[in-house]
Design a protein around this ligand. Sequence first.
Ligand SMILES: Cc1cc2nc3c(=O)[nH]c(=O)nc-3n(C[C@H](O)[C@H](O)[C@H](O)COP(=O)(O)OP(=O)(O)OC[C@H]3O[C@@H](n4cnc5c(N)ncnc54)[C@H](O)[C@@H]3O)c2cc1C
Length: 446
Amino acid sequence: MTKGYVPVQPQGRASGQSAPAVNTAELNTAVNTAEANTESNTALKTAETNTGSNAAIAAPQPPFPDADLMYIVDLLPPDEQLRYQEVREFLQSRIRAASIDYWNREEFPFGLLAELGKYGLGGLQTDGTSKLFKGLMYVEVARADVSLSALVGIHNELIVGMIDELGSAEQKARWLPGLTAFTQLGAFALTEPDHGSDIAGGLETTARLDGDEWVINGAKRWIGAGTIADFALVWARDVADQHIKGFIVETDRPGYTATKIANKIGLRIMQNADIVLDEVRIPAANLLPGATSFSKANELLRDSRAWVGWQGAGIQLAAFDVARAYSLQRRQFGKELARFQLVQQQLAEILGNATASLALMAQLARIQEEGKLEMVQAAMAKATTTRLARASVAMGRSLLGGNGISSDYEMGKLFGDAEILYTYEGSYEINSLIVARAVTGKSAFV
Ligand SMILES: Cc1cc2nc3c(=O)[nH]c(=O)nc-3n(C[C@H](O)[C@H](O)[C@H](O)COP(=O)(O)OP(=O)(O)OC[C@H]3O[C@@H](n4cnc5c(N)ncnc54)[C@H](O)[C@@H]3O)c2cc1C
């Protein structure tokens, strides 16, 4: 449960309705209300003595409550705008505050997963929605909780997407209904203990065809949902032709062991695992027929890199929500933090970073829709929004002073989560190398 401040609940605009202009009268009311409090920090103290979420001052709704200053959501068609508002309200009211305790305890919220399923978030990849809608869903899940947005993104882009695009008719029939309903989960098992950035060349896990079975041996590291998934999509090198191939390995197969990686500084809800594959036997039919070389998975890996770009935008909007709400309620030197120029500059910078990220991603969705997205744009978007995210959460953390250290105030949670976005799906450095190689024609990887 968040303590000490009442987050500004984003309340989206109805479809077609223009955003409220900055309303100075409303702003002045906010300022005057706060100024009328003779005791500094009345709001915070009131909130701390109450457990109810509406305990603090009735903070007036600030202008641009949804922080979409560039009207990105208005680019969606009316039916998707309606669905967007519905899902977003659910995420803000049901997921955002509830996720904090799970994050603290490094515990997976199975109940919340079921609710995400009811809102269709397990089926974004195959339900025919636009790329922009899917991206804005990733933004809003990240704005509510970054770990769950990792789960939703990996699930759609790398599990449902791989089976839908590269799987056999039998594999699709067996797995897609449960996956898209979010009643089943897959884990994407590529990274290894000794190979992260150089995985494409260095992958050591092996697959050997023995009669009508594949025998898999090796180890994987950092695998999201590895301890709770129904199957892992394991990438292994076929000893016969040396190609890297994708296999569905059910997690109850003898020889599959997953151990949770504990004590992470971010993404603490996501159950990342060390996996050992010791002579694991799977039917020959568990090979994804479309994944008979790593390059076949390239389009999906490119799209999943872009998904992290959306996460980078979402986490910054979350940081902005928290920073703005806090600055309007916390009082020092007899006035709200929001009245200090240096604080205003930080708020403007966080929102500017978030908006630049969102606008970049909206254009990425456009070229993706036109079939023009290549790895260079996905890498640039991922590297840029996660770089900005790191800067934004650092500003937000400092803006909350000591309270920015605590996950109780949400900002500490965002601060840790940003580190993961910066590192996974290709680290910041590796994505930068991909971009610079494309624009110079020179590779600087080794
Ligand atoms: C929380 C979390 C969740 C994850 N989830 C998954 C998952 O579900 N499935 C999965 O398969 N993987 C997952 N990963 C793995 C992730 O993709 C890797 O951590 C990432 O690719 C970096 O690899 P590495 O950690 O081995 O770092 P390394 O490759 O060892 O890199 C260490 C440092 O060296 C730098 N570096 C490496 N090579 C170069 C170079 N040529 N030039 C310049 N700098 C270089 C890197 O940028 C980095 O800063 C996850 C990771 C984390 C932390």
